[in-house]
Write a protein that binds this ligand. Structure first.
Ligand code: ADP
Ligand code: MG
Length: 290
């Protein structure tokens, strides 16, 4: 490989908003056989909105939302921001919070006013009987929305759902990669049915859902065993292990610093369509070199 053509290639890529952090990164991308995408913030906007608030019998929806929003005002999670925004839009006063704690990949817990509050995935409310809310959760997840449960004082109080719109061009981005003969996978911490709803919409057949942050690295290893060299595309702190493990880690320039630092390639515009563009460039340069 001549250093000159690699320099020309990385320069041309940079003009298109694709920053290869080394010549090796440009060479490695050509060999990739499977592209794995994070969901939230990568294929979706990462700015979910509250779409559903279904109280359990006997619970006042505004009171549950106010308690949930109070706790979530301590969390940076996109779901938390959606819940706080919904309470603000309704003009609800948020009770004072104490004893806040967050379990990454599960949910949050704390005391809001007179109530103990827990909010998160079903696994975060282990031990509670969620059977009354489960059918609605399944229905909302099938629509691609993310269901979260709220418990007050150890009793299931409501089901909330947030919807995070898919980025314009995400479906075309996936198809462009498939047209180049690559396998495409979705890897997410989100609910399995939600992930499958989004994947179906985007034409992605391989879905690894309910993956805890440490598990994203194992997901890359599994995909490598099945398909060969892996490209992982992500934006979050929880994607850093997978970005580092993959043969090629691609971080969105709109993502967190930790993700960008763990990556071999930075996609400045945060547009998933530039992944196919980066691959085309890598192949074109390597073809010229041989
Ligand atoms: P992702 O890979 O989609 O970014 P995370 O690992 O951050 O997902 O979270 C996985 C799941 O844990 C969420 O879909 C949600 O059910 C639950 N969860 C995590 N943090 C929170 C929170 N602050 N409020 C409510 N639910 C949460
Ligand atoms: Mg993300």
């Amino acid at each position: 490989a001549t250093p000159t053509s690699i320099m020309v290639g990385t320069g041309r890529a940079a003009e298109r908003g694709v920053l290869f952090r080394s010549g090796t990164a440009l060479q490695a991308l050509e060999d990739v056989r499977v592209v794995a995408f994070d969901k939230t913030g990568t294929l979706t906007e990462g700015r979910p909105r509250l779409t559903d608030l279904i109280p359990a019998p006997g619970f006042d929806p505004d009171a549950v939302l106010a308690a949930a929003a109070a706790i979530e005002s301590r969390s940076e999670h996109p779901i938390a921001r959606a819940i706080v925004a919904a309470a603000t839009e309704r003009g609800l006063a948020l009770p004072p919070v104490s004893d806040f704690s967050a379990v990454p990949g599960h949910g949050v817990t704390g005391r809001a006013g007179d109530h103990r509050v827990a909010i998160g995935a079903a696994r975060h409310l282990a031990g509670l009987d969620l059977a009354g809310l489960a059918p609605e959760a399944a229905r909302l997840a099938a629509l691609g929305r993310s269901p979260v449960f709220v418990a007050l004082d150890g009793v299931p109080a409501a089901l909330l759902a947030v919807s995070d719109p898919v980025k314009p061009g995400a479906a075309e981005a996936v198809r462009a990669l498939q047209d180049q003969g690559l396998a495409v996978a979705l890897v997410t911490g989100d609910d399995r049915r939600t992930a499958e709803g989004v994947a179906r919409h985007l034409g992605i057949a391989t879905v690894l859902a309910e993956v805890l942050p440490a598990g994203k690295r194992d997901a890359v290893r599994d995909l490598r065993a099945q398909h060969g060299p892996v490209a992982f595309v992500g934006d979050g702190i929880n994607d850093a292990p997978a970005l580092a493990e993959a043969e090629t880690g691609l971080a969105l320039g709109t993502g967190t610093d930790v993700a960008v630092e763990s990556a071999d390639v930075v996609l400045m515009a945060g547009d998933p369509a530039t992944v196919a563009e980066a691959l085309r460039l890598s192949r074109a340069v390597m073809r010229n070199i041989r």
